[in-house]
Design a protein around this ligand. Structure first.
Ligand code: HEM
Length: 347
């Protein structure tokens, strides 16, 4: 059998024969369109890798029975951290394109009309698979049609399909809601510090709420009713109260062995959101330098639209903003011994 050859294995000829600038045909007349094409292709390859990792992680959650101590959890965290590294890399790549000036771009901008990064199906799939919904998007109307400059009918269908499948956010919420640590068996010897009637609420949360109240300054008193709303009444965004409570509990007691991986998971989700918004910011700043206030080739308002997405397009905002409800380590309620033993791998 013939030995496998490097370029055959990675199908290099296909890749290296896929750059066809439209504004010049020979190197002597060449301009920055070559860089423009290559950088978009590199981005799309990395988007493909991100989608691959996201699907793998979603699959681990979907198959069910994810155990916080098992390989599954460390695999999920490892893959998500990898996505973070790729996002760091593609953030840095913006500066390669920024070696092109606005005048350099004008030399070929017209040839790409009405094509635009807005039509990047893979970018939309990443957003959708993470958990960003159509109704949470800035300028939703741009997404609804498939006219010139927008997504094609079949690409839009694929994005809608990805939104209708279990997103990473929904899967993480379900996992959080299943957290078993508030079962009565672990709390029999818990000594409630506050002399308050716990009513419907678990006695731990009565104490925590009290400590949180003590931590608030005078002009923050409104936060207490927000605490009740977020953790006991409505939840926050699309995250229900039980999942918010579990996420807060993990965050407060992250030092306990069983919570270290789950905390890494939550932290990495926030990191991914942050890195994606860093990319949005860098792309927006670059676009402003390249085209100023002109409309985009995809027909949006251009830099104005991109600035709007920056403040609105987050999948894990609720997790990141948990910091609003933290208290000092020394003020945390002491957990009952039975529960401590359970979460310390002493089973
Ligand atoms: C000269 C460089 C670039 C310019 C002037 C530019 C311009 C724009 C503009 C104006 C938009 C808004 C949609 C529109 O009306 O067209 C947009 C969206 C977008 N561009 Fe770029 N872009 C550049 C480079 C890139 C690169 C290298 C990528 C990498 C894939 C990229 C990916 C995207 C994506 C994914 C969107 C959609 C963003 C969103 O809707 O949140 N762009 N671009």
């Amino acid at each position: 059998m013939k030995d496998l050859y490097y370029s055959d294995y990675i199908e290099l000829n296909k890749i290296l024969n896929s750059q066809h600038p439209k504004s010049f045909s020979s190197v002597e007349d060449g301009n920055d369109e070559m860089l423009f094409i290559i950088i978009h292709q590199v981005y799309e390859l990395w988007f493909k890798q991100i989608i691959f990792e996201l699907d793998l992680v979603r699959h681990i959650f979907i198959k069910g029975g994810i155990n916080d101590n098992s390989d599954d959890m460390s695999k999920v965290v490892q893959k998500l951290k990898r996505i973070g590294k790729v996002l760091e890399l593609i953030n840095q790549q913006v500066s390669v394109l920024e070696t092109m000036t606005a005048l350099d771009f004008l030399e070929f901008r017209n040839v790409l009309l009405p094509a635009s990064g807005f039509q990047s199906k893979q970018f939309r799939l990443i957003e959708a698979k993470l958990g960003l919904k159509m109704e949470q998007r800035y300028k939703r109307e741009y997404y609804k049609h498939t006219r010139r400059g927008s997504l094609s009918e079949s690409d839009l269908q694929e994005v809608n399909q990805a939104e209708s499948e279990s997103t990473l956010k929904e899967l993480v919420i379900k996992w959080l809601e299943r957290m078993p640590f508030f079962e009565e068996e672990y709390w029999k010897d818990y000594k409630q510090a506050a002399e308050l009637d716990s009513g419907e609420r678990h006695k731990f949360w009565v104490d925590y709420r009290n400590a949180y109240q003590d931590s608030l300054s005078e002009n923050e008193s409104g936060r207490l009713s927000e605490f009740d709303k977020v953790f006991f009444e409505e939840g926050r965004g699309d995250v229900p109260p039980a999942a918010m409570r579990a996420a807060l509990f993990i965050t407060i007691y992250r030092n306990l062995p069983i919570f270290q991986m789950p905390f890494e998971l939550l932290n990495t989700l926030s990191e991914i959101d942050e890195l994606l918004s860093n990319w949005r910011y860098r792309h927006f700043m670059m676009v402003r330098r390249m085209i100023g206030l002109r409309v985009g080739t995809g027909g949006t308002s251009g830099a104005g639209y991109l600035e709007g997405t920056l403040s609105q397009h987050y999948a894990f905002r609720e997790i990141t903003e948990l910091a609003t409800f933290l208290i000092q380590r020394s003020k945390r309620p002491a957990l009952p011994i039975v529960l401590k033993e359970k979460v310390s791998f002493n089973l």
